[in-house]
Unconditional design. Sequence first.
Length: 149
Amino acid sequence: MGITVVWDNEEKTAIRYDFQGDWSWDDFRAAAMQSGAMTGEVDHPVDLIANMLNSAPLPEGAMFQFNRALRNAPQGRGMFVIVAADSWMKALTTVLDRAGGGGRFSLAGTLEEAREMVARRRAQTVQEANAAATQADTETAEEEKESEH
């Protein structure tokens, strides 16, 4: 079976990995390279959804392999959402986030829930960017007023 990698939406803001049955770490590395190339096609952050609902159990070495993928993730990578229904994946997601995810790792029970999480995070990021731009504009205007006097 393996892993397929596709854009999850037409806007190309999220890439989805679909894990089907048995797969290997070679399959995973090939998928990571493909998603890295896809991320390079756009000039905005790209979130990642790993749909593992139809995956066989993880091959051995999951912590090492996922941590390595995290370290080698391309610039412009946003949030990582793992879609899985078991408690082991929840524990793995928590450990990965603490090991270097910086709050970017989340676990969802369904693909739709993952998409909602990504949309909320993206909206929050836009709000924060708008607030920072407004603050910068205000500071610039105040500096210009002061320099006029």
